[in-house]
Design a protein around this ligand. Structure first.
Ligand SMILES: Nc1ncnc2c1ncn2[C@@H]1O[C@H](COP(=O)(O)OP(=O)(O)OP(=O)(O)O)[C@@H](O)[C@H]1O
Ligand SMILES: Nc1ncnc2c1ncn2[C@@H]1O[C@H](COP(=O)(O)OP(=O)(O)OP(=O)(O)O)[C@@H](O)[C@H]1O
Ligand SMILES: [Mg+2]
Ligand SMILES: [Mg+2]
Lengths: 224, 224
């Protein structure tokens, strides 16, 4: 259960002040599959980063699993995040010094799973994303779409309660894109709450509800 | 005029040998607008990097403007590249230490243009990509789609003879994506040769011809 109350985010640099989010009020129930859409620069990634406990609001409240986490420290947020959230980043954020196996394994190391069990789960995630044949490659030895698939594998490997995905199919052909969407759908049917930023109307069709953002504000919400 | 003869590219790492391109024979005429499509990992970026003189073949010949450049040194390729090619990278490759203005200005500095003329051209490119309001921002202060638009602005700013674009609309909503495609179309009508890798059937509609790659080989070519 995720809820924001008058959520505002302002970025300040020497030159410029940008209000990326302006009084956002949204609620996401357990088990929902919500898409977030809107023009480039309207605040989607900023919202997802706050919902994913990677960033903090400037003003307003944010309830995550019924705790008001708006004022939480980095350490408190990291703890909540590691136990609950799988995140697919818009630019993948793979670790260049780790190979594909090690990148996907990382969330499981935080959960203190045995090496044998980690190996099983990593291979399962890689097989699902059809990237097992690149297991020993490093990120800079992968195509753009292959990096994206590794990023998705890493987000799902621990079967987290929440998956937050920022444009998970942007670099994929339609066949691989559909496979990612089917994976997310399947996890949602088993109870995973999914919040997905997308520019693709086609991907948004998999969701229960679409939140439209514009210029840092909620424009509308369509229930499908 | 671009031509490849039995072009082959093999990547070798300690563990693995990957044949990314396998005997590619293609020809692109001056003034054409060619789209390159195919599944994730099939060799599109590898091909574009070689055509764009950023990488060299393992075997085979490659004619660029009637010179066989397959064996050219980095220095020779860089010189040809700076005077002829604008490149939009799949992961943007913006320089983090330079702001938006400086990133877009970079190709013009190599061409030894006056500061006044550079400023005019940079502002024109930024206006066309609707990103002028972010001119003093640094890449990590931009949204994914804004970074992509800066990358496109940089590729077109010197009005080069060739534009090579690797998935130029992957992070853009349909409105901004269409604007990029209209810009490329417009440049093509004025004589720019365009080679565009894309996963989007919609973007491919703007091209004269689509080359389909699969597993490192040319599968087919459709003339539209
Ligand atoms: N530096 C490298 N070392 C080893 N293998 C590589 C390297 N770069 C690319 N490859 C491999 O070469 C193949 C082709 O990669 P390429 O980036 O050209 O694919 P692509 O068609 O652009 O894919 P996408 O649509 O996912 O961007 C892939 O299987 C990739 O794993
Ligand atoms: N660190 C930052 N400093 C300053 N401004 C920022 C920063 N990060 C984002 N912004 C600005 O906040 C706004 C929202 O950015 P955000 O990344 O959320 O957009 P988005 O909706 O995800 O766009 P896209 O579809 O292009 O990915 C943008 O106008 C951007 O320039
Ligand atoms: Mg974004
Ligand atoms: Mg590619």
């Amino acid at each position: 259960m995720i809820k924001t109350v008058n959520l505002t985010k302002v970025f300040r640099t020497d030159e410029v002040e940008t209000t990326a989010l302006n009084n956002i009020n949204i609620e996401i129930k357990k088990g929902e599959f919500v898409a977030v859409m809107g023009p480039s620069g309207c605040g989607k990634s900023t919202l997802l980063n706050i919902l994913g406990l990677l960033d903090t609001p400037t003003k307003g409240d944010f309830y995550f699993l019924d705790e008001n986490v708006a004022g939480y420290s980095e350490r408190q947020r990291a703890r909540l995040r590691k136990h609950n959230i799988g995140f697919v980043f818009q630019n993948f954020n793979l670790i260049d010094q780790l190979n594909v196996f090690e990148n996907v394994e990382l969330p499981l190391i935080y959960l203190r799973m045995s090496a044998k069990e980690r190996k099983e789960k990593v291979h399962e995630a890689l097989e699902t994303m059809q990237i097992a044949h690149r297991v020993k490659h490093y990120p800079n030895q992968l195509s753009g779409g292959q990096q994206q698939r590794v990023a998705v594998a890493r987000a799902v490997v621990s079967k987290p309660h929440f998956i937050l995905a920022d444009e998970p199919t942007g670099n994929l052909d339609s066949k691989h894109g559909d496979e990612v969407m089917r994976l997310l759908s399947g996890l949602n049917e088993k109870g995973t709450t999914i919040i997905m930023v997308t520019h693709s109307q086609r991907d948004a069709e998999y969701s229960h509800r679409i939140i439209h953002l514009f210029d840092g504000q909620v424009l509308s919400e369509n229930v499908k």
